[in-house]
Design a protein around this ligand. Structure first.
Ligand code: KG4
Ligand code: ZN
Length: 341
């Protein structure tokens, strides 16, 4: 089954062709980062309009790359939520219009299920059951995964998501949007131990997170540096490193707890923040100590992309699921509501 995947939940137009027999055939992405950077964050209306402009050229591009024609496509998968409603509607309308014109089925995919299953596109995919840490711009969740659609939420952020904490902290420190990669880049040159930040909610039981206090703590430290006349690039690096270490160690402590609680030793990390190298290394060390493994996608498939939507949609289509012709999207959509395969 050849599936065209469309991702438009936020500020990236992602398109891919995934074949159930041959694997991923082509994948293309247009990132709107330059468009939104001047505003310091995503402007929803600009995002929607840009998705409209990019979608059809990207579909033509993946067809060319894969050496396919439109009539080869068996079904279309699109992100139906969660995300920005206007942006989601562009992908959903486009998918439903093409599916109607080509007389093939369409399926709405949950964006976080797409992220969760992205490591399945790698040469050594995880096998069920596993614990998943979903860390994106909008979500921080620990989930027990027993199969596709068999999701048990173990814990989540009570305030900012991990990616959101990176982005907001970076903004407070005068860095560019998106802040995650900027902080990671600065942290590489930071001096360890100069600042040590709290590891929020690790001193009490449970698997929930809270990152908004850490953001304020980081801002206060950076302002103290500035007020004492030490706003050098090195101080900025040291503050960035202390922030990243606090997030990474907090996530690692909670992941270890989740593995112990579930008795599993296989961990999947997915979503934009799973591209963070310090996080990967820390989770590799932690799972190795438990004689387990950590799985993640290549960096381009950690952040938003069409391949994960094509893959997740394909699994559900193969199980016989598809949508009717109505164009419906959901800004908020708990993943536990998805049907099991
Ligand atoms: O999954 P994603 O592309 O979009 C959402 O579904 O939200 O995640 C984007 C988030 C942003 O907050 C971005 O700052 C963060 O992922 N991110 C990173 C890194 N690369 C992207 N955070 C930390 N380190 C990175 N290397
Ligand atoms: Zn995402």
């Amino acid at each position: 089954m050849l599936v065209l995947g469309l991702e438009t939940s936020c500020d990236e137009t992602g398109v891919a062709l995934y074949d159930s027999e041959r694997g991923l055939l082509a994948d293309a992405l247009f990132s709107q980062i330059d468009l939104h950077r001047a505003y310091g964050g995503v402007v929803p209306e600009l995002a929607s309009r840009d998705h409209v402009k990019r979608m059809l050229p990207l579909i033509r591009q993946v067809l060319d790359e894969a050496g396919c024609v439109a009539t080869d496509i068996d079904a279309i998968a699109y992100t139906a939520g969660p995300g920005l409603v206007g942006a989601l509607l562009v992908g959903a309308s486009c998918a439903q219009a093409l599916a109607f014109a080509w007389d093939i089925p369409a399926i709405g995919v949950h964006h976080m299920e797409g992220h969760l299953l992205a490591p399945m596109l790698e040469p050594t995919p995880p096998t069920f059951p596993f614990v998943a840490l979903l860390v994106s711009g909008g979500h921080t969740q620990l989930v027990r995964v027993d199969g596709i659609g068999q999701y048990q939420l173990l814990g989540e952020s009570l305030d900012d998501a991990a990616g959101e904490a990176f982005d907001k902290t970076a903004k407070l420190m005068g860095l560019r949007y998106p802040g995650g990669p900027e902080i990671a880049r600065l942290a590489e040159l930071g001096i360890p131990g100069r600042f040590v930040f709290p590891r929020p909610m690790t001193d009490r039981p449970g698997l929930d997170f809270s990152f908004s206090g850490l953001k304020t703590f980081t801002l206060n430290t950076w302002q103290q540096c500035q007020n004492s006349g030490d706003d050098s690039e090195q101080s900025r690096r040291d503050v960035a490193l202390a922030f990243q270490q606090a997030v990474v160690e907090t996530l690692t402590i909670k992941c270890r707890r989740a593995l112990k609680q579930t008795g599993l030793n296989s961990l999947v990390i997915a979503g934009g923040v799973s591209a963070n190298r310090a996080l990967r290394t820390s989770l590799e060390d932690m799972t190795a100590a438990l004689k387990g493994n950590v799985f993640y996608a290549r960096p381009a498939f950690c952040t938003d992309n069409g391949a994960m939507i094509a893959y997740a949609g394909c699994q559900r289509l193969l199980a016989g699921q598809h949508e009717d012709l109505a164009i419906t999207v959901q800004a908020r959509w708990p993943m536990e509501q998805l049907p099991a395969l």
